[in-house]
Design a binder for this molecule. Structure first.
Ligand code: FES
Length: 171
């Protein structure tokens, strides 16, 4: 005779994993439905990304619908539902950069990192994205690593830059 199956809970959330953000909300934004973006920002800082279970916890804590939270997350490009790398590399494919070799840099990075645009390396060191003009058109092609802009880039310079980052990481 088989034992009765445990009732399925609706959510697989483990709220204790999210204590840091629930404490943050309690401390600074309790009952503040208008603070959704600030809270999502903080949650991404803490956890690195915003999985659905975390979105559910935030929705419940702020008293807003999950649909509203998910809508805001999908609207803003700086919010991510996928794990992100420690560093974000953005290659500019605005017109000036595109015509001066930006596409070559993209192809090079896809090969070098072994990931596609929008993905994160398995070691979570890099997330690779595309930008549309980062204000360095006169010295194209350009890219950004986190908040830093690098101009007149070539595949060789990209290799050197990544080697420097990786050296710093292992130091
Ligand atoms: S088009 Fe790349 S910096 Fe403007």
């Amino acid at each position: 005779m088989s034992t009765p199956a445990k009732p399925q809970t609706e959510s697989t959330a483990h709220p204790e994993e999210f204590n840091e953000i629930t404490d943050f909300i309690d401390r600074y934004y309790a009952g503040r439905k208008d603070a959704l973006i600030q809270v999502l920002h903080a949650a991404q800082e803490i956890y690195g990304y915003l999985p659905l279970e975390l979105q559910k916890v935030i929705a419940e804590k702020l008293g807003v619908s999950l649909a509203k939270v998910a809508g805001v997350v999908s609207f803003y490009s700086f919010l991510s539902t996928k794990p992100r790398g420690k560093h974000t590399i953005r290659i500019c494919l605005g017109t000036a950069c595109y015509v001066r070799g930006g596409k070559k840099l993209v192809d090079h990075l896809i090969k070098k990192l072994g990931i596609e645009i929008g993905d994160t390396t398995p070691d979570r060191l890099y997330t690779f994205e595309i930008a549309r003009c980062i204000g360095a058109c006169g010295l194209a092609p350009a890219l950004m690593v986190d908040d830093e802009v690098y101009k007149q880039m070539t595949p060789a310079k990209v290799d050197k830059l990544l080697a420097e980052i990786e050296k710093e990481e292992t130091a």
